[in-house]
Design a protein around this ligand. Sequence first.
Ligand code: UD1
Ligand code: CA
Length: 498
Amino acid sequence: MSVPQPSGAAHEGGIAAVVVLAAGQGTRMRSSTPKVLHALGGRSMLGHVLAATAPLAARHTLVVVGAGREAVEEHLAQVAPDARPVLQEEQRGSGHAAAVALAAVPDIEGPVLLVNGDAPLLRPETVTTLIDAHRSQGNVLTVLTAEVDDPTGLGRIVRDADGAVRAIVEQRDATPEQREIREVNAGVYVGEVSALRRALGSLGEDNDQGEQYLTDVLGLLVAEGAPVGGAPAEDPVDVLGCNDRRELAARRRTLNDRVLDDLMRAGVTVVDPATTWVDVTVTVAADALLEPGVHLRGTTSVATGAVVGPDTTLVDTAVEEGASVVRSHVLGAVVGPRATVGPFSYLRPGTRLAAGSKVGAFVETKNVQVGEDSKVPHLSYVGDATIGRGSNVGAATVFVNYDGVEKHHTRVGDHVRIGSDTMLVAPVTVGDGAYTAAGSVITTDVPPGAMGVARARQRNVAGWVRRRRPGTAAAKAAEAAGHAGAEAAADTRAEASE
Ligand code: UD1
Ligand code: CA
């Protein structure tokens, strides 16, 4: 899932570089996946951070990688090819990570934004507010802060009697009095690069973790007498980090609530927000209706008047105006205007349903075009096919597309009637206006207007039950029906005459 890319050149006086700190191990996640690659709402944590900073259009976007660097670099190449990974060989702390990043851009000047890679709820507006405060206060370093109910584990913002920011103290290094402080460091900073380089160069490791803390930069600049400040986030939720799976679940919930709130404000009906999950990358138009148990993921779009759910997952799928998808699982499909899907169907990539068409219950489709007003109502597999307009595919039809080695294509024309339980053995074509007889195995083309029949003729063995199953309920029922005499008659053959 790609994230918005920084566009154009940095404007005059803009941010010279965005530095995302993403080299940490993320031990508390207890995962073989690097922390910043854990996903919520359709993006990795790192992807969310990059999306929040993309509108700055910084000249350089640097991502400090270390733990799990191959995976992080591969992910970056996919979602943010303009971002540049910078390797921090050893994880010697967030300050060391920042120093490594700035060393990779030796000739930049002006303000840089430093941000923790594990802040997935960060919004562009919050970043802008911080930068505006930095400018208006004339600081060399400004830290984003948040007033939280439970500051456990976070760096505390220490202010003096006049309210000026003096230091950031990590929980594990804080005095009992400092631990009472509820204003915390959000892990987002904007600083003038020359001041940052100077302070980062003199960072010590004299703390409980023996690491170079980025947070100590603030105290060092205060000691120099340089102007530093703090800018409180409007919504403290925006800056919550994510260090373990419980926090990941909580952040996911928050992000989802935010997405649903936006949708509802824009005119989407969300029947049950508690069971509706929508990725940040999804679009839903006003007057669409989302029933309970709906999951909309990836590049999915839902148009006005469409109804999705209950209990439906759509991935990278377009549901067009007035269409409906009920209790189904849909991947990479287009459900055209007023088309209907479900209940209980599975649409796979390449499924294209034209206007007014129908895929009913217990149907699997893949790489298929279903023409306008055509129907596949029940219990069928339709793979690698083109179906024209106004056609009907009878119950339990299988498009036999695979010969064990290769996949083959089936063409069904306009206004065709495929009889129930037809096997269409591809490659094969059923011409416009043609029929197939129920139960046929169609292996050769059916010309337009013809009836394709390909099944054994029926033979009735008269009196079989009386002879072979005497005394059974079936025999008694047959006798009562007056068929006893039919025994004498020759076997009858019944087959519809063509
Ligand atoms: C950090 C802050 C803390 C703040 C909190 C907000 C420090 C010392 N503390 O704490 O004040 O309240 O974030 O969430 O920064 N990283 C590297 N290389 C390293 C070490 C860390 O790139 O060698 C990265 C991590 O991947 C992470 C970020 O730096 O994205 C912060 O590190 P983390 O260990 O998560 O710090 P916290 O304890 O959360
Ligand atoms: Ca953290």
